[in-house]
Design a protein around this ligand. Sequence first.
Ligand SMILES: Nc1ncnc2c1ncn2[C@@H]1O[C@H](COP(=O)(O)OP(=O)(O)OP(=O)(O)O)[C@@H](O)[C@H]1O
Length: 587
Amino acid sequence: MTIRTTLLVVFLLALAAAPFVLPEYYVTLLNYIGLGSLATLGIVLLTGIGGLTSFGQAAFVGIGAYATAYATTAWGFSPWFALPLGLFAAAACALAIGAVTLRLSGHYLPLSTIAWSLSLYYLVGNLPVLGAHDGITGLPAVSLFGVVLDDARSFSFLIWIFVLLGLLSVHNLLGSRAGRAIRCLRGRSTMAEAFGVDTTRLKVAIFVHAALLAAASGWLYAHLVRFVNPTPFGLNVGIEYLFMAVVGGVGQLAGAVVGAGVMVVLRDVLQDVAARVLGVSGAIEIVAYGVLIIVLLQNARAGIVPFVTRRLPAPEPLKVPDDAPSLPMRDRPARGETVLVADKVVRRFGGLVAVNEVSFTLKAGEILGVIGPNGAGKSTLFNLLSGVLPLTGGAISVLGRAANGLTSRAIARLGLARTFQHVQLRGDMSVLENVALGAHMRSRKGILSAILRLDRKEEGALLAEALRQLERVGLADSRNVPAGSLALGQQRIVEIARALASDPVVLLLDEPAAGLRYHEKQALAALLDSLRAEGMSILIVEHDMDFVMNLVDRLVVMEFGRPIASGVPGAVQNDPAVLEAYLGGAV
Ligand SMILES: Nc1ncnc2c1ncn2[C@@H]1O[C@H](COP(=O)(O)OP(=O)(O)OP(=O)(O)O)[C@@H](O)[C@H]1O
């Protein structure tokens, strides 16, 4: 058994024994840690992993709590009937808020979650039907298999079963096709879209998942204390959940439990000390609480869990099944068939024409280079071809199908795969998983299948495909290391493997030689040469003239947005306009 598994088993055994052996007071604390863990787990998924900051988690806890409070007292529902009601209400609110705000970038989501949290707090506090600020009392106890859970000890089992199920759901989700895409939402959305990931949909999905975890915590809370009022669901509590996640380790599932544990215990100890030593409570401990958190974060910035796990042996690498089925492949064009056409492509930025009537064709099995000095419009042209920018004029077609106005996701589906000028890998994910993201479009299983682990066959096929592509580019030995630990040249090759995993017809490479050393450039050129020999069509936008001259079949040279020459490298190299553009006519 590895150290990590041993720690997990010890934690589970301690958890199972705790309600029997601890005094009631500590069992109550344990219950509050469980409730905090569940809501904070949503923050870990949403904020730590998905990169979306929400201050509104406590409001979703409130929805779960109030839904069950109302349904069980006013309608006489059983708590178990009220649970799906609360979950449904929280999911519906999250869907509505998410659909409006998650398309927006930057601070809109955090701000809207603050607004939503405040408005819900004041709404509930003023609605007579929900008891206004006094809340709702007299909630029934939960019964499970005929046992009434009406004390802290028995309820503890229920809380922690929910926490463990919540942890399992997020763990299963993250180790899947959808999970890999979720892990790319933070700072890698453009890249994920280029591999067919619908990032807006995924953001809404994790917002809903986080809201469901919060609502479950609210349901448990309501039936633990048997009354609800607005106070535990205010904005300050939403901020506290964020703190719990940050203290525990915002990117780690265990961080939710550790963060909730540390914060709940810390608050309790400080309250106790303040009351006993100073004879006051309510103010001093909050200041001390803040100071201690700052000290903690100063010493373990990423949180407590990463501080500890860094010192443990690396987790077991992912296993690639030997008998995995193959992923579907698209029909390949015959060598020499036209695969990509740019016809008088134009892109303006205000008065500046960054790309001015550029035309070319790319045929199956050839490498076309687009070169030009700084500011010639190469990156803009690349962004037009890959759907990152819309065209101002002209047309682009892929395998005879118009690509004008399509999103980068739709263009990827047509068969274009790209790499990035500034490498866009998830440095903390293994090389294998980074490459597996490339095959996202070639598989179907969604979030629910992932949570229920009904995706294992397809997941095996995705990992096997990623390994196959790593073997193709000669990096199979590095499959289990974090992508960020590789040298830049190897990272660029991992990007090519990821692009190949999408089974593309055309590879678009954005300055693949930038920042590479001589031998890395040679390795890259050899790889591209072998891909061409296999029939791959490649378009390289490149700054490095020497690199492209020995590699490409044909070249298009740009200057100030215009094409100034095109043809085979030998002819282009001696073209007076090209010499003028590159060397200012000094030759
Ligand atoms: N989003 C933008 N808004 C306004 N102008 C832009 C934008 N993007 C590019 N430009 C301008 O378009 C022109 C072409 O830029 P582009 O980055 O495409 O050139 P490049 O050939 O890729 O240069 P480099 O080799 O330095 O990357 C430049 O004058 C640049 O300032």
